[in-house]
Ligand binder design. Structure first.
Ligand SMILES: Cc1cc2nc3c(=O)[nH]c(=O)nc-3n(C[C@H](O)[C@H](O)[C@H](O)COP(=O)(O)O)c2cc1C
Length: 210
């Protein structure tokens, strides 16, 4: 699909066909495409919990304001942002660093500068949360576009009990933030997709041109 068409056709759809599954290979392809998303320092501080089990989706639905799409979509992705990937010693930090050194993009002796810069940018409750949210949010957008490109529909959701979902999944709140859940599946044919919502114009978006 052409890029602009993919952008236009992606819609938050409320009605999923529960009878049409999303196979593992298709989902894997979508996730691998979304993995091309850029991130600060290339730390890629994101991850997913893939929920397919009806029982688990029902539980998640209870925690997500009882939104029907959570149990009706064949797959729900819990998008995770890791608030700690920026720290020296974290596997994401170390892997990105090694990759840069191996590829000759950084010299070993620049490590202190990179670690120091990362700490300065990301240390502290607010900054580490911003780090997780901005990066994992972009990953989430890529997931939705990759899904559309693969012929699937999605629905992002922030309407859920954050602490409840983390607790249910047994994830450390000190480490993870969930920017959104994404329901993935096929639009239920007999339902009507409402009109596309308005978008801000260029003039509304640009505060000033200097
Ligand atoms: C981060 C995020 C969270 C959202 N959370 C919810 C939600 O919990 N429930 C819901 O019905 N819609 C939710 N939406 C859907 C938006 O309302 C929808 O994307 C927006 O109105 C634009 O419509 P469109 O996606 O069809 O273009 C969310 C969208 C985003 C991007």
């Amino acid at each position: 699909m052409e890029f602009k068409e993919t952008m236009k056709k992606r819609r938050a759809i409320n009605f999923f066909d529960s009878e049409k599954p999303v196979d593992k290979e298709t989902l894997k392809g979508i996730v691998e495409t979304a993995a091309l998303t850029p991130s600060g320092f290339n730390f890629q501080p994101w991850g997913l919990v893939v929920v397919r089990s009806q029982e688990e989706k029902a539980k998640l639905r209870e925690l997500a304001w009882n939104q029907p799409k959570v149990s009706e979509a064949p797959v729900v992705l819990v998008v995770l942002g890791d608030k700690t990937s920026w720290r020296e010693g974290h596997k994401d930090f170390e892997r990105a660093w090694k990759d840069m050194v191996d590829k000759g993009l950084m010299k070993e002796n620049a490590r202190g500068m990179v670690a120091g810069g990362s700490e300065k940018l990301h240390q502290g409750t607010e900054r580490s949360l911003a780090f997780a949210v901005k990066n994992a949010g972009m990953f989430a957008m890529s997931l939705m576009l990759a899904a559309k490109d693969a012929g699937l529909d999605t629905h992002p959701m922030e309407g859920f009990d954050h602490a409840g979902v983390l607790g249910y999944l047994g994830l450390d709140p000190e480490r993870y933030f969930i920017p959104m859940l994404i329901a993935v599946g096929h639009f239920k044919g007999e339902k009507e997709l409402g009109p596309a919502k308005y978008r801000k114009s260029y003039d509304e978006l640009v505060l000033e041109e200097r």
